[in-house]
Structures are given as C-alpha cells and as structure tokens.
Design a protein around this ligand. Sequence first.
Ligand SMILES: N[C@@H](Cc1ccccc1)C(=O)O
Length: 500
Amino acid sequence: MTLGYNEKLVLLKLGELKRTDVEKLVKATGLEQVAVMRAILTLQSQGLVKLKERREKVVKLTDIGKKYAEIGLPEVRALKLLKERKKIRLDDLREVLTEDEIKPIIGVLRREGWVKVEKTSEGLVLEITEKGEKAGKRAIDEILERLAEKGHLSLEEVEKVIPVKELKRRKIAQEDEIVERTVEITEKGLELVKGGIELKKEVTVLTPELITTGKWREVEFKPFNIKAPVKKIYPGKKQPYRVFLDKIRRRLIEMGFIEMTVDSLIETQFWNFDALFQPQNHPAREWTDTYQLKHPEKGQLPEKELVEKVKTAHEKGLAGSRGWGYVWSPERAMLLMPRAHATALSARQLAKGVQIPGKYFTIQRVFRPDVLDRTHLIEFNQIDGFVVGEDLTFRHLLGILKRFAIEIAGAKKVKFFPDYYPFTEPSVQLSAYHPELGWVEFGGAGVFREEMTEALGIKEPVIAWGIGIDRLAMFKLGIDDIRYLFSYDLRWLREAKLIW
Ligand SMILES: N[C@@H](Cc1ccccc1)C(=O)O
C-alpha cells in the first residue's frame, strides 16, 4: 500500500485532529478542496479514515434578501422616513424606494397598521400611526439579520420565528440542502501515523532541473493510475459527415482527379438538362422531379455559339443522330432551379474545355422532391465525375465505379444493372450491398452520348458517373438512417468515429 503525498499529509493532520470537517482539513493542509476530498476517498478505501456525510435542510438568503439585509426591507425604509417626517406624499417615498418597491408598499404598510392613507388633490398622502411610531424589530427583520450573519439557518430554527413560506413569497430566502462532511481517523489509521509517516515531496514531472541538481534523489514520484476514471470530454471536432466528404475529396485528388467547383446551388435548366441532351419535354424535367425557382425565374444562357449547337443537337441532331425532333425553346432553358444533379457541372466543364486525357470530379449538394425516409432525402450530395481520353470504353467505367464503391465507401459487394439516361449510352445503374439495408441503389453512369459531347466541343469519348454519396457515407459511418447525416443529435455527433 503506497500513499501519495496528499494522502500522507491528510492522514498526518487527522492524526492530530482525530475528527474534523473537510473545510478544516483544507485549511490545515493548505491543499485544494478537491485534492483533500480525493485523498480522503483513497484513505477511506484503505480503511484508514471514515467519511461521514450529514445532509441538512437549511434556509439561505437570496440575492434580494442579501440586499435587504444591508439596506432594510422596503417597509422598514418607508417607516424610517415616516418617523422623521410624520406625513409624506406617496411620491416622497421615491427617495428611499425603487419603482418596483413603491407599487406594493401601501398594502404592506397598511397591513402592519403603520400608516393612515388619505386621498388628496396632490395624490395619496401617508401619515404615520401610533403603532407605526412604536414599531420595532419584527420577526422578519430579526430573521433577515440572523440569516445575513450566519449564512444559513436550519429549517426548524427559522420556522420557530416565521413561516419559511412567507420568506419565499417575498423572495427574501430560499431553501437549500447542505452536506456536512466529517472525517474521522480509524484505529488502523492511527496506528499507521504512530508508526511514523515520512512525508516526501512528491513530483509528477521529471524536469531537467531535478536531474541536474540531483534533487530527484530526495523526491518521490507520484505513480500514475492510468485506469482512474476521468471525466469524458468532447472537444470540438468536424462534423462526421463533413469528414467523410473531405476524405473522399482528398482520395480523388490523390487519384489524379481535378475538382470542379461552382459557387451557387442554383442552375439554369440549360446546364442541368439541355446541355446534357435531355429533351425539354422529357418527363424528368417536370416539377414533380425537380424544384423550380420563383424569384428570379430566369438566368442567363452561355455564349450564342454553344446555345446554337445545343439547339441543333436537340432539334435535328449532331454526330449522325436525328435529334429529338421538336422546337427547342431558349426561354425554357433559361429557367432557374436548385441543381438537380451534379452532372450539370460536368457539362459546364466539358464546355469550358478539358485536358485530354483528363479526370474530373465534383461533390455537390443537389435537390429533388421526394418522400423523406431512412434512405431518401430531398437534399442530398452527389459525387459526379468523368474521365475523358481517346481509348476509353464502357469497361473502364465499370472498373472505376467498382473501385469507388469498394475502396472509398467500403461497400462489400457491387452490382450493375442496365439503365437509361438521356445523356449516356450505354447507361448503367450501380447498386451496393449494405449489411442492414440490403442492396442500395447508388447512382448511374455511362458513356456520354456524342450528341452531347460534340455540342460541347469534345471529340473524345467521355465516361461519366453520378453517385449518391450520402448512401456511401451511411456505409462508412455505420448508420442505417440517412437523416442522421444531418442530425443535431449531440450524442451521435460526439461519439461518431472520425477515423475508419
Ligand atoms: N445524373 C444522374 C447520374 C448519372 C451521372 C452521369 C452519368 C450517368 C448518370 C443522376 O443524378 O441520377
């Protein structure tokens, strides 16, 4: 059994005092209260001291009570003025009372029988009564004084003088519970003290100074108990989902992808749909599938040449196609909407020009009407990207997608299904396996159609994908409800792992 410096010190003092309270031990040892308490608990666990707690219900002054104890209760102050002047106007009380105190004062003074009140043309006039002249210290004044002096009194003591309810009603005092801790040294403790305790200075850190001066020989090193329970702390940290997105971004950049960025969440239909060869009468363009902006309703189209090419692609076709065969409306293309898919950025990038070969990606917040449930949000994040290069084929695309799902997202298995998108041919849908949710649809991919890429000025094949990144995040963060990604649940935010 080894005792630390603090424990030894406390035990030695208790050897002298035998029995005392914690406060006195704090004074006697010169240690902090927490250090004394900790030492007592250790000593108690070794049967050297006994700690007894006594709880007592007491009455204490409130802040208002403390103030009144100093300057007097409002009625006492009023009475003092009345004793001096005998007859005063209500207004005169402003000299000694605050606005709040004046309101109820007449009632109080009357109840005590200290004043006669008269209504005059100049307002209320108060005159002191005989009883007022003779009035001395009342129960309430006495208790106020005693409470101020002692700090607290037991409930019984107060009740003997005045109902505590009355003090509480006037917000002068409140009930409280105090714990009195007495510590007593045990037989075993006394024996140890008699046997002699060597009090060596205890250090927790070995400093260069201790070594060079040779003082390390005289000191005792405090052993560390790394298993001691400590308070859990939750330092600030990044939101777990944000961490996930940042990691993916980093990973993609490491893989040589160039990030495509944009400032706004709002997009013209031109970039969201038209530039992607999605016909204007396509059902996915209806309000049921996308949101639309009311104010402002329309945005700007890009340069004329590009708009003309897109128009031609839609109306008559490009690159050997016949197009969709309808009259393309620039007005319609100007309509603004919250971006419905991140592929809009791929279109913008292709039109701006790309490196050949080149790899691009973007992580975007996108918006689509849906019914919220554990796998659907109306606002979610997509990671879109494309690879452009001369010899690219559909097989490259499947390889990239599989790598994403397994390596980046930690999916266990992936599956591809044939699918349809107006801007890709062939198109594929990617599903991944989640232990609890089963097969989850992740996103789509394909080879951009030539009608699209040619209008944007690209001759080489472009393989592209769009993945619902939130569902990938669910895999990584080990959650089965997508809404949790944006949750304010502190417990989750605190405990979610940031490193996987
Ligand atoms: N933009 C499509 C996904 C996709 C992107 C790129 C190519 C093919 C499909 C979606 O949101 O569902």
